[in-house]
Write a protein that binds this ligand. Structure first.
Ligand code: SF4
Length: 232
């Protein structure tokens, strides 16, 4: 692919790849991304763990790993980001929203995350990610089909019509046991909060611990009618 391809060509490419790569391994899907997009793709990471960053660094050392620093992260999440940047051959890019938390509080009032979490996520996650993806044709995510019913149909490669990018989910078919096995086999960096009762880690005001056996994503936006931040 060159930098002059059209959206239509990218969409067609994604649909073809979705069929051809459905049964491929995560490494094969990432190798396809590397061969197809060269420097024009990136990996996004919430820094819950570094599985996707580790996988991608093996097929394309120096790959851009995009992290959204909302200003509301746990200190452990920021520490995981710093460790990933120090340890793995990746280029960690930290995105920040247009406004600091203090500036947002001044314009919208304090604790927007409690009163209007959709708007808070739109300001602090969706908008900065959209802007940052301008320089890429494709982005890879750590989405898995077993994350939630809403993600059950996640394609390994798809066309993100909203962002107008190819969206790659190399571990879409993995389950938690496979993630855990990969972490163990490769000694992959993980967020320490995973060992402290947190099963899915987002912004501190919108994340709580879950009980053993509870749905891992039950700790995200608990008590609020919200299950996704809007970037997917
Ligand atoms: Fe705001 Fe919560 Fe969304 Fe983070 S997860 S951007 S704090 S609403």
């Amino acid at each position: 692919m060159t930098a002059t391809h059209t959206d239509e060509a990218l969409e067609q490419l994604a649909l073809t790849a979705a069929r051809e790569l459905e049964d491929a391994t995560a490494e094969e899907i990432l190798a396809w991304a590397s061969e197809t997009f060269g420097p024009r793709w990136c990996v996004t990471s919430s820094m819950e763990d570094a599985v996707l960053a580790h996988l991608a660094s093996r097929v394309q050392p120096g790959i851009d790993v995009v992290f959204l620093d909302t200003g509301y992260h746990f200190v452990e999440t920021i520490g995981t980001r710093d460790a990933v940047a120090a340890v793995y051959p990746v280029n960690v890019i930290t995105l920040t929203p247009r406004q600091t938390v203090a500036e947002q509080d001044a314009e919208y009032g304090p604790k927007l995350h409690d009163r209007d979490p959709d708007r808070c996520c739109a300001l602090r996650k969706v908008a900065p990610l959209q802007t940052s993806l301008d320089g890429y044709d494709a982005w890879a995510t750590g989405l898995r089909r077993d994350d939630s019913p809403e993600r059950a149909d996640t394609p390994v490669v798809g066309w993100d019509a909203k962002k107008r990018k190819v969206k790659i989910s190399p571990i879409a078919r993995w389950n938690q046991d496979q993630v855990d096995a990969y972490i163990l086999e490769h000694g992959v960096l993980t967020n320490p909060l995973l060992m402290d009762g947190y099963a899915s880690i987002g912004c501190e005001p919108c994340t709580r611990r879950v009980a053993p056996g509870e749905d891992p994503r039950a700790g995200r936006w608990a008590g609020r009618a919200k299950t996704e931040c809007g970037i997917h």
